[in-house]
Design a protein around this ligand. Structure first.
Ligand code: NAD
Length: 362
């Protein structure tokens, strides 16, 4: 059956980076005779300006019908004064919630040629390749009760950190299965020294490990992991953690690579439907200048082929073309060490040439 892709360009550089992904996708579709269809809809501030909603019903309905969603980025200064429920970011939260996207996969890897862009010494980050699996729809960000108690003396505020067994098991399975496809090492991160939720988390993950005897499981406290990611990141293969700790750790891991324009992500539900987006935001400072790096978006497209479209061959060739692109010395503005760089709209044509070269050499 034909696979459906929904493309949501969004705001700022979103339309520029998704534009590159669409160009590559159209090429891949005809070059490999792929049975897929794709549609484009509004989201974020752009959608709000047209409809009054950051996530219009039509966009949500199309998202529900899709196998994979390519999401550019949302947000920008012109929408910052809107009420909370109208803000562009609500589109992201709404899609995660409505589609049940509970598993966030964020690879952080380094192209060794770009090591000088990292703030960390080359010998520490060489060959960096980590996958962070973050629980995305539970934990303290969603737990009830929550609130601000202005009438108490002194005034106070509270949130609830809560996970049930099923929530921990389903994210744990994604992490163990990801580790099975990689170097078979999983580090589960918690704060079991101070939080009951973390003790429970550790117990469930340890029990689950009996189903994955080939995976070497370790546990680490979140504060230590934050430090270890900077001191010795290559000790990690896959890291799994709750929503809060995963949020912080995945940003640390992203920073190690030094180039936010290169990092993809996937958010999956239990039917392998997924939303794929670069880790960066809408970059209003460079929007409309044709200078954004679209590689994070294109690597997200590769993840969509791998996780939702069941096509490892296409995922591999996209990733190989990007490795080739970097090793040929091709650069975008953000990763260039001198004044020679490609504009956003020059990247997809180069990747298409490289894919044709790779394919004809086989
Ligand atoms: P940002 O990621 O948009 O930008 C941070 C810096 O990185 C900027 O200097 C930007 O120019 C640069 N940058 C980002 N992506 C790049 C790319 N592909 N190529 C070259 N350079 C790139 O983060 P920010 O400035 O904190 O946020 C800007 C807006 O984006 C805000 O409105 C924020 O809410 C929103 N945001 C959206 C998402 C999302 O849609 N998922 C994520 C983060 C931030």
């Amino acid at each position: 059956m034909s696979k459906r892709i929904l493309i949501l360009p969004g705001d700022g550089i979103g339309p520029e980076v998704t534009g590159s992904a669409i160009e590559l996708l159209s090429f891949l579709q005809s070059f490999f005779s792929l049975d897929l269809t794709f549609k484009i809809e509004d989201v974020g501030g752009t959608a709000f300006d047209k409809t009054g909603y950051p996530l219009p019903i039509k966009t949500l309905e199309e998202a529900k019908k899709s196998d994979a969603i390519l999401f550019g980025a949302v947000g920008g200064p012109q929408w910052e004064s809107l009420d909370w429920d109208k803000r562009p970011e609500q589109a992201l939260l709404g899609l995660r919630k409505e589609l049940g996207l509970f598993a966030n996969l964020r690879p952080a890897f380094l192209f060794n040629e770009l090591a000088s862009a990292s703030p960390i010494k080359k010998e520490i980050i060489d060959n960096l390749n980590i996958l962070i699996v973050r629980e995305l729809t539970g934990g303290i960000y969603f737990g009830e009760p929550r609130g601000i108690n202005s009438s108490s003396n002194p005034p106070s505020a509270f949130n609830t950190m809560i996970y049930d067994k099923n929530e921990i098991e389903r994210i744990g399975r994604i992490a163990f299965e990801s580790a099975m496809k990689r170097n078979k090492k999983l580090c589960s991160v918690d704060k079991a020294n101070v939080l009951e939720v973390s003790k429970f988390w550790r117990e469930i993950i340890s029990n689950l490990s009996k189903d994955y005897p080939e995976v070497e499981l370790t546990h680490q406290l979140a504060d230590n992991t934050a430090m270890q990611l900077v001191l010795d990141p290559n000790q990690f293969d896959v890291i799994v953690s709750s929503n809060l700790f995963g949020d912080i750790l995945s940003d640390i891991a992203a920073t190690l690579t030094g180039s936010i324009g290169m990092l993809p992500s996937a958010s999956l539900n239990s039917s392998s439907q997924g939303m794929y987006e670069p880790c960066h935001g809408s970059a209003p400072d460079i929007a409309g200048k044709n200078s954004a790096n679209p590689l994070a978006m294109i690597l997200s497209l590769a993840m969509a082929f791998r996780y939702s479209l069941n096509n490892n061959q296409v995922a591999n060739i996209i990733e190989e073309s990007i490795k080739n692109f970097i090793s040929k010395g091709l650069r975008t503005h953000d990763i260039a060490s001198d004044a020679t760089f490609l504009r956003t709209d020059q990247v997809a044509p180069k990747l298409i040439d490289i894919i044709e070269e790779i394919s004809s050499a086989r």
